[in-house]
Design a protein around this ligand. Structure first.
Ligand code: 3PG
Length: 209
């Protein structure tokens, strides 16, 4: 866990990689890595997502390549088999947590209420995704939850962008923010991977500012 946590602490931004083609996914990932981001979340939202994950994990062994939108224990097992070094899920699924724990792979489940966070806490988790962050209260929600769950760190995701990133990262309990704003579909469709590198650099500048 410490390895990925150190990278999250350093860069504080986790871009989502979504593609229906492994070759395109590799180009997106390369653009992000060129921009300085080294924790990538490949989301299971296309038929080719597992192939994309496997290709990225193989091609960039020094990056932290995780799987996102993981919904079940079976999917958790599959993404670990395909090379995921961490797992992110939209909600809290104790069976997936068990699979991840057995494999010694970090898992960041999504929570959006104090009750869900308490369940995650009682499963031994101390790093969670706050999702969908902008709809459940944004930075103020992370702050409010952290005043009670003092040893929990959050990765807000959902509605984070260049304009509000700073506000989220200003909350001490926010470890990093995740999101798709770094990999816009139109840039991918145009083949404008330089735009993705630029967005990654901008995000790092905001995070370090
Ligand atoms: C996720 O999978 O975490 C969210 O769908 C990302 O939300 P965003 O597209 O608003 O960044």
């Amino acid at each position: 866990m410490s390895d990925i946590i150190s990278s999250l602490e350093a860069k504080r931004v986790v871009p989502l990689v979504q593609s229906d083609d492994p070759k395109t996914a590799l180009k997106i990932s390369e653009a992000l890595l060129d921009g300085g981001l080294d924790v990538l979340e490949v989301v299971l939202r296309t038929d080719a997502a597992l192939d994309c994950l496997e290709a990225i994990a193989r091609e960039f062994p020094h990056a932290h390549v995780g799987a996102g939108t993981v919904l079940s224990a079976a999917q958790s097992e599959e993404v670990i088999r395909r090379g995921a070094s961490f797992i992110v899920s939209p909600g809290l699924d104790p069976a997936s947590v068990e699979v991840a724990n057995k494999a010694d792979i970090p898992i960041l489940p999504g929570i959006s209420t104090a009750t869900e966070l308490q369940q995650a806490w009682n499963l031994g988790l101390r790093t969670v995704k706050l999702f969908p962050a902008s709809l459940v209260g944004g930075p103020k929600m992370a702050k409010a939850l952290s005043s009670v769950f003092r040893d929990v760190r959050f990765m807000p995701t959902g509605g984070v962008n260049t304009d509000n990133l700073k506000d989220y990262l200003a909350v001490p309990a926010v470890l990093a923010c995740g999101g798709s704003w770094l990999t816009p579909k139109d840039a991918v469709e145009r083949g404008d991977f330089a735009a993705i590198t630029k967005l990654a650099q901008e995000a790092i500048a905001i995070a370090q500012g």
